[in-house]
Ligand binder design. Structure first.
Ligand code: PEP
Length: 245
């Protein structure tokens, strides 16, 4: 199975010219037959970038209509977008996204054959209070509520474990703790569906990944790939991450 490396550009860069320059540099340098690469730029750059699979950073659950500022599944499909990040901790924190809303977004994406990259992860306070298992279980069961085994098997739904305290802080989660979290997530999925589906599901780690720590996660973290934020904005650094796999 190929390793999946997803770049989350967040609200960067500031101009289309810079976005194209970054994208072209990655496209040129990022050749590794062991990896699949997905670039998730801001919506406005999606139609401008060609030659690597693209993902969106959000989706709305309604079909169309009076929802100012939102982007629907049909609009993403029209641009041949394959993936969408759903439930990123920044959306949960700054835009108050709930598990229930995330669930509606996941269902809409699956319904339109767009693969959700479903982000979960505990905050520092939850981690310190030893509530990680409880938080992950709630995020997964509520996020996937009503999603059938069949829908998951027929999609490439990916779970991204991103401890909130590790995102953009330089404090990456240890490989051992990542492995424990991956086993826990697979157990939750196995209880909800079955063991086979849990074993087959792609799971990413995200949180302060760089070219120095990337290979360790693939070797010992029990992950099928990585979700890279800050380091994906530097073409050379992102290429080094891909080459480290
Ligand atoms: C992210 O925002 O998904 C992320 C993993 O960010 P960073 O790599 O900067 O920690």
């Amino acid at each position: 199975m190929k390793t999946l490396i997803v770049a989350n550009w967040k609200m960067n860069p500031q101009t289309a010219k810079e976005a194209k320059k970054l994208f072209d540099a990655v496209k040129k340098g990022a050749k590794n037959k062991n990896t699949d690469i997905v670039i998730c730029p801001p919506f406005v750059y999606l139609p401008l970038l060609k030659g690597l699979p693209l993902g969106a950073q959000n989706i709305f659950w309604e079909e169309k209509g009076a929802f100012t500022g939102e982007i629907c599944a049909a609009q993403l499909k029209d641009l041949k977008i394959k993936y969408v990040i759903i439930g990123h901790s920044e959306r949960r924190k700054y835009f108050g996204e709930t598990n229930e809303q995330i669930n509606k977004k996941i269902k809409k994406a699956l319904d339109r054959d767009i693969n959700p990259i479903f982000c979960i992860g505990e905050t520092l306070e939850e981690n310190r209070a030893e509530k990680k298992s409880e938080v992950l279980e709630r995020q997964i069961t509520e996020g996937l509520h009503g999603v059938s085994k069949f829908e998951i098997q027929n999609s490439k739904l990916v779970i991204a474990y991103e401890p909130v305290w590790a995102i953009g802080t330089g404090q990456n989660c240890s490989v051992d703790e990542t492995l424990k979290s991956m086993l826990l997530i697979r157990k939750i999925i196995s209880n909800m569906y079955n063991r086979e589906l849990a074993d087959d599901m792609k799971m990413l780690y995200g949180g302060s990944v760089n070219s120095k720590n990337s290979a360790e996660y693939i070797k010992g973290g029990g992950v099928s790939g990585l979700l890279v934020g800050g380091a994906s904005l530097d073409a050379q650094e992102f290429i080094s991450i891909i080459k480290s796999i």
